[in-house]
Design a protein around this ligand. Structure first.
Ligand SMILES: [Zn+2]
Length: 494
């Protein structure tokens, strides 16, 4: 039985879905005007782990993650964010591209990132620009019901009308009124009213016709529209980053429940922040990292996945290069272990894929030195079912490996049990090892590796003529160098 901490009730609760055996799950996805940073990636990894644990419990999960390619996206810390610079417009100026080109470029980058992190694909990745009609329909209903008001072509949600406003974030509107320090929109009645629709300035590149004139949707309405469109009026679980609790998720609840008269989501799940060297990550502080930065420094995306698994999602994750290095070491330990077991399995002609689930479970009952795989697996399941306690689950796996290593010679039956054990725990851990790729890299001659290292340094120092010269030298030795957004890729010319 899975228990999970629900932000809505501030406690761990037993999870039961609305419909037996099926779970509807919505996660706030990327805003595609820039690369995802490692804090965003931690949030997507949490959604992935939760989904895998739900599947472990036998649920069929219908998962939707939105792609925000429109909306007034401003600095995250300006309250309701209806004022300030639009991030998409900034990106357009920076990159001299159309909004469509920017959105498509960063959406592809996001998809590559999640693939590298072995995140299971959602069933749908709806784009906001393709659901404006649904958003307009909801806004019209909110106006009709008196939860919203229109002024000068802008439509705002009237937070005073929604009695439960503030329940998710534990904020009281009366207190917010006094504490409000927001850049106000002149047409708002209350500083915490938020935009459902904004009038577009003449040259605004993303605009649609609406009953209120030409404009574009506010920041929050897309998630209400797309989640209800694909998953129905009540979701079993909604997840997103901790900084989405207020105002984004609070506003999603206000819009959706006023519209549908139903509970919007039964469970709200939020991972805590990812800090870098104990500080909030920001571009200006120079501690802003993407997956490409991690790869560039020679770490594997799986090491980052393992780092995330090693900390509980409801604690801040303090990212340091030392902690990533440790995760990489642990990853290598697991990889070496699996490589050895695979080799032994081949030598002993042992395989488990052709056996039934019942037979596989039987294999686990054997003892291996001081451990019983079945016992260890049961404890693993209890750990992940207890509010996704992945650090405890991982420590059980490490202990298992340590104990197995003590056994001087494994029997074919024991090898079978280890293979089944790993198969089962890795359905949750989601670690991916590309044994073949690694051995290819090993084939690159040392002289080429030295040149690659020198070229990397030259690029870091922005000495591009030298980097180019080194690339030519590498090519002469028969290797092609390609710089991708995720780092440098080396291929054998043959
Ligand atoms: Zn959202």
């Amino acid at each position: 039985m899975l228990t999970i901490y629900n932000t809505l009730t501030n406690q761990k609760e037993k999870f039961t879905p609305l419909h037996k055996g099926e779970v509807t799950f919505y996660s706030c996805g990327p805003t595609v005007y820039d690369y995802a940073h490692i804090g965003n990636l931690r949030t997507y990894l949490l959604a992935d782990i939760l989904k895998r644990v739900l599947e472990l419990n036998g649920y069929k999960v219908k998962h939707v993650m939105n792609i925000t390619d429109v909306g007034h996206l401003t600095a995250d810390d300006i309250g309701q964010a209806d004022a300030g610079d639009d991030k998409m417009l900034k990106a357009m100026k920076r990159e001299r591209k159309t909004p469509e080109a920017i959105a498509s470029f960063y959406e592809k980058a996001f998809r590559r990132d999640i693939e590298k992190l072995n995140i299971e694909k959602a069933d749908f990745y709806p784009r906001a620009t393709q659901h404006v009609a649904e958003m307009i329909k909801i806004i019209q209903t909110l106006l009709k019901k008196g939860y919203a008001y229109e002024k000068n072509g802008n439509v705002f949600y009237d937070v005073d009308k929604f009695k439960k406003y503030g329940r998710l974030s534990n904020k009281k509107l009366s207190e917010l009124k006094h504490g409000a320090r927001l850049e106000d929109h002149p047409d708002k009645k209350h500083p915490y009213d938020f935009a459902l629709w904004l009038k577009a300035p003449k040259n605004h590149l993303l605009q649609w016709d609406s009953p209120w004139g030409k404009g574009y949707p506010g920041w929050h309405i897309e998630c209400s529209a797309m989640s209800m469109r694909y998953l129905g009026k009540t979701l079993d679980i909604h997840s997103g980053g901790e900084d989405n609790i207020f105002p984004h998720h609070e506003n999603e609840i206000a819009q959706s429940e006023a519209y549908s008269c139903e509970i919007f989501a039964n469970f709200w799940v939020h991972p805590r922040h990812l800090l870098v060297d104990g500080k909030k990550m920001s571009k200006s502080a120079g501690n802003f990292y993407t997956l490409a930065d991690i790869v560039e420094k020679g770490y594997s995306p799986m090491a980052f996945r393992l780092l995330v698994l090693g900390s509980h999602y409801r604690s801040n994750l303090n990212f340091t290069w030392t902690s990533l290095q440790q995760a990489e070491k642990n990853l290598q330990k697991i990889e070496t272990f699996l490589r050895e077991i695979k080799k032994m399995a081949e030598e002993n002609k042992v395989e488990v894929s052709s056996f039934s689930e019942r037979e596989r479970n039987e294999f686990l009952k054997i003892s291996i030195g001081n451990v019983k795989p079945k016992h260890c697996l049961d404890k693993f399941v209890l750990a992940v079912n207890d509010d996704l306690n992945t650090p405890l689950a991982l420590s059980l796996v490490y202990r298992f490996i340590k104990e197995v290593r003590k056994v001087p010679r494994l029997t074919p039956e024991q090898i079978k049990a280890i293979l089944v054990f790993w198969e089962k725990v890795n359905k949750v851990l989601g670690l991916k090892f590309d044994f073949a790729e690694k051995s290819d890299f090993k084939k690159i001659p040392a002289t080429v590796k030295v040149l690659l290292e020198r070229r990397k340094k030259a690029r870091q120092q922005k000495n591009f003529p030298l980097a180019d010269e080194l690339r030519k030298k590498i090519e002469k030795k028969g290797y092609l160098v390609e710089d991708t957004p995720e780092g440098t890729v080396v291929k054998n010319k043959m």
